[in-house]
Design a protein around this ligand. Structure first.
Ligand code: ATP
Ligand code: MG
Length: 570
């Protein structure tokens, strides 16, 4: 491709709303333009990259027996009402009406549509299992679209769905997709981790996310320094403290005056104790009213683990006025003893506490001599602490947690019979008995993967594409294309490399060399060939590697045949 034939509207300045580097560089390198909030046009250079990601995804999905389909983006409301998601999905679902006033939505995901097809067409266990995928535009009316195409409202996703006769078979497919995802992100040249992800109240290892490690990531990823346990922090487990023992040395419960002492730090100092002797009470609002998570004073509550322990659909930190209204107690003095209108969920560690301190549900007072086994009812206990850097790994004896930021690029999930039951996707087993299908679903964000690659691979000059995702692998930059010798050599390089199947961009513009080099750095082409009359006279061309900035002279034209090998090694 010749530069003059390609629309690459590069910019010197970043858009003012761009917070992360991938957004800045995608706009500056002319890959994308925003049409409306969270809605982007993909320009030629950007599309070349997305097509690379798609091609890798297709190959890996086909390898594991995935069949590609293309489902409608507009979906009838009736299907969503059957699955109960019409009401549950909330404002993220873009609802539309046709000319007959019939309700539809623009698909944010396709479980309903694919399950509708399968329930109508698949009747026997002989037709199972089935793995279908598509690469298609989704629309989610995200509350905070940002970071360019990384969190858009309209975005490209590869979504896949599998249907099975039993759980065992679902797990086998799940593992195969999981491996395919590892292959995809490896081939994209990304540093990523496969982490356990929250799967709501179901629990277990039914969901994994694939996170590209980058400081700008919205997720916190916890992983062991020793074993291969890695988890989204939302789900990361704390070590099991074991069964609590009663020392038989319980003090009486007693009120102590703690004027204006509200935080754990203040109370610790005032009462000359340590945070691990204080019971911290954090109140959350759920669909079933208020709940409190209680943890040791030196720990934080993990809202996702608490929500799952309580079996709630959602849990948000309750605001001060709501807490005051329902319990009669101001924040800072709330504690689990005789707390009104709040169900108590205790971290396992709290059960080990003896003669502890906690808020006395009365302004300026705390209790001492608090004993969880004796002094208050616990709805349920479990693991609800937020793990921290260097906390011990729950899976191996020796490791400790490290925490890094990650961008979720893929997510796999065993759905069980959630949708097949709601939509009645049944089949006949070998005994002629009707059974419900078991399902899995699997997603990769195409645009987000490309953006994550930039987050991980850039420098102050621009993008540094991994070769597999680069829009072009080689950029030919003639010092002066109107010079006859240079033009002839440039055209020859272009033709020879193109014939080898290498994607080459020939910068045939009349701009200054500096401009051309800067643009090449900005758009991130892995390898540049710089040709000028001086070197050509000596039978040489300059080759510069984007990643390392290394620049060397090579004999021309003999070096050209080494290009496939050289590209593999950068
Ligand atoms: P997030 O937690 O980031 O909102 P999600 O868990 O809702 O994402 P899934 O339903 O698991 O997303 O979708 C599968 C994949 O689609 C995600 O792993 C991500 O790569 C991509 N994706 C999801 N939402 C967006 C978005 N708004 N913009 C771009 N890609 C997205
Ligand atoms: Mg997800």
């Amino acid at each position: 491709m010749k530069y003059s034939n390609l629309f690459i509207p590069t910019l010197k300045e970043s858009p003012t709303d761009a917070e992360v580097i991938s957004h800045k560089l995608m706009v500056r390198s002319g890959m994308v333009r925003q049409l409306a909030t969270g809605i982007y046009s993909i320009l030629p250079l950007g599309l070349r990259v997305l097509r690379k990601v798609e091609a890798i995804i297709r190959e890996e999905m086909n390898k594991i027996g995935g069949q590609e389909v293309f489902l409608p983006s507009i979906q009838p409301a009736e299907l969503w009402k059957e699955s109960k998601r019409w009401s549950f999905y909330g404002k993220e679902l873009l609802r539309i009406k046709d000319r007959h006033d019939r309700e539809f939505c623009y698909g944010p995901t396709h479980e309903e549509v694919i399950t509708d097809i399968i329930r109508k067409e698949v009747k026997s266990y002989r037709q199972l299992p089935m793995l279908m995928y598509q690469i298609q535009t989704k629309f989610r009316d995200e509350i905070r679209p940002r970071f360019g195409i990384m969190r858009g409202r309209e975005f490209m996703m590869k979504d896949a769905y599998s249907f099975h006769a039993d759980e065992q078979c679902t797990q086998e497919t799940y593992q195969r997709v999981s491996q395919a995802y590892c292959n995809i992100f490896e081939r994209c040249g990304l540093e990523f981790k496969r982490v356990e992800a929250d799967s709501g109240t179901i629990g277990g290892s039914f969901s994994h996310e694939f996170a590209v490690l980058a400081d700008s990531g919205e997720d916190a990823i916890a992983f062991c320094s020793n074993c291969n346990y890695a988890s989204n922090i939302e789900k990361a487990e704390a070590p099991d403290p074991g069964e609590p023992k009663d020392s038989g040395n319980l003090q009486d419960l007693e009120e102590v005056s703690t004027p204006s002492q509200k935080t754990v730090e203040e109370v610790t100092q005032f009462l000359s104790t340590s945070p691990d002797h204080i019971i911290k009470t954090i109140v959350f609002e759920t669909e079933d009213g208020l709940i409190a998570g209680i943890v040791r004073g030196d720990r934080q509550v993990n809202p996702v683990k608490l929500k799952n322990l309580a079996g709630s659909a959602w849990a948000h930190p309750a605001n001060e006025s709501l807490i005051k209204e329902k319990t009669g107690v101001p924040v800072g003095f709330v504690g689990p003893v005789s707390l009104k209108n709040v169900k108590i969920f205790a971290d396992r560690e709290v059960l080990h506490m003896e003669n502890a301190f906690c808020g006395a549900n009365k302004v300026d007072f705390h209790y001492k001599g608090v004993n969880p086994s004796r002094d208050f009812p616990i709805e349920q206990s479990g693991d609800i602490t937020l793990i921290e850097e260097n906390s011990p790994c729950p899976k191996c004896e020796t490791g400790t947690y490290g925490i890094r930021r990650g961008i979720e690029v893929g997510h796999i999930f065993i759905l069980g019979t959630k949708y097949s039951e709601a939509l009645k996707a049944h089949f006949l087993d070998p005994n002629g008995k009707e059974q419900v299908m078991v399902m899995g679903c699997y997603g990769v964000g195409v645009g987000r993967t490309a953006a994550a690659a930039i987050e991980q691979n850039h420098d102050d000059k621009g993008i540094v594409w991994p070769t597999a995702l680069a829009p072009f692998q080689v950029q030919i930059i003639p010092v002066n294309y109107s010079d006859e010798i240079t033009r002839e050599a440039s055209d020859n390089c272009y033709q020879t490399l193109t014939e080898m199947g290498i994607e080459v961009l020939l910068d045939d513009r009349s701009d200054r060399l500096g401009v051309k080099l800067n643009d090449a750095d900005l758009i991130g082409t892995p390898m540049k060939i710089i040709l000028g009359p001086k070197n050509l006279k000596n039978g040489q061309i300059e080759i510069k590697i984007r990643k390392t900035h290394q620049s060397d002279l090579y004999d021309y034209p003999s070096i050209l045949e080494k290009f496939p090998e050289m590209l593999k090694n950068i």
